[in-house]
Design a protein around this ligand. Sequence first.
Ligand SMILES: Nc1ncnc2c1ncn2[C@@H]1O[C@H](COP(=O)(O)OP(=O)(O)OP(=O)(O)O)[C@@H](O)[C@H]1O
Length: 312
Amino acid sequence: MGAGSPPLLSISGLTVVLAGRPETRLLDSVQFELRKGEFFSLIGESGSGKSVLCSTIMGVASPELRYLGDIHIEGRPLADVDRGRRAMIYQQPILYLNPVRSIGFQLRETVQMIGGLSKKEALERAADLLGDVGINDPNETMRKYPNQMSGGMNQRVMIAMALAMKPKLLIADEPTSALDVTTQKQILDLLERLRPDMAILFVTHDLGVALQRSDRIGVLYAGQLVEIGRADLVARIPSHPYTRALFSAVPPLSGRTRRLHSPAGSLADPTQREAGCNFASRCFRTLDICRHTRPPLKGIPEQAVACHNLEA
Ligand SMILES: Nc1ncnc2c1ncn2[C@@H]1O[C@H](COP(=O)(O)OP(=O)(O)OP(=O)(O)O)[C@@H](O)[C@H]1O
């Protein structure tokens, strides 16, 4: 995709509220873009809104949630985008696979959903997809049931199902956190191989993975994107006090898993939003302005931060 073409994913002013409660903010004016071929990691402690963001983009958010703002995929509003343009994989694939149907049945059904193929052709395509995700014996795997396979194999099947839809955007919600280190690396290598044809939005609690694999990182705090930038810059010069706290709480990059550790204090309640910066009550450098004015995300394209301290 050239520089002049629309971003693959463009989100602006995305705010998610509970129906009938416009004062709530599960997401608050989230704004970012993803380009084709990009691997973007979204980090933030539990409850920061990562799943709400993913499910909103997927169009599968709970019915009690309402979104305001714009989501475009390849320049088209979400409502006009074919469901297959975006696909999602999850932490526990077994929960999303049908336990009483063989892998072959489920994958063939998914392939046939996009239409145009006979049953025989769809089965052949299903076997090809399993090959594409690194399964050496596709025909034998097609006869198996999810509970006869390892977590890593089920994750590969999930990815094959996602690929069957020919997605342009792949949302991966902690797809490797339930896997052992070796399988984790294999799945990450697989995503790496797939990414030239799509954009990957990768949700993780593992800073090491985010830093090693991503082009850019977004840090979500209490529904707000507080820092976004090139992974190497965010790692070297984490600029939001929350990002700094996340990075300072873990040992230096060593190739080992580095789980996110949150700073002391608790996350602001998205149903009881106060004016001002969401992080003010946990911040070690709170200014007067932080208590009454929400800082906007500002900076250069390579790194932007929502913090009054940077302007002071
Ligand atoms: N259907 C819902 N109704 C009410 N509140 C909700 C709903 N879904 C999410 N929330 C609230 O929105 C906030 C963000 O939740 P979300 O699940 O997106 O966090 P998360 O960052 O994905 O957390 P985790 O890392 O644990 O998955 C939380 O306060 C959560 O309680």
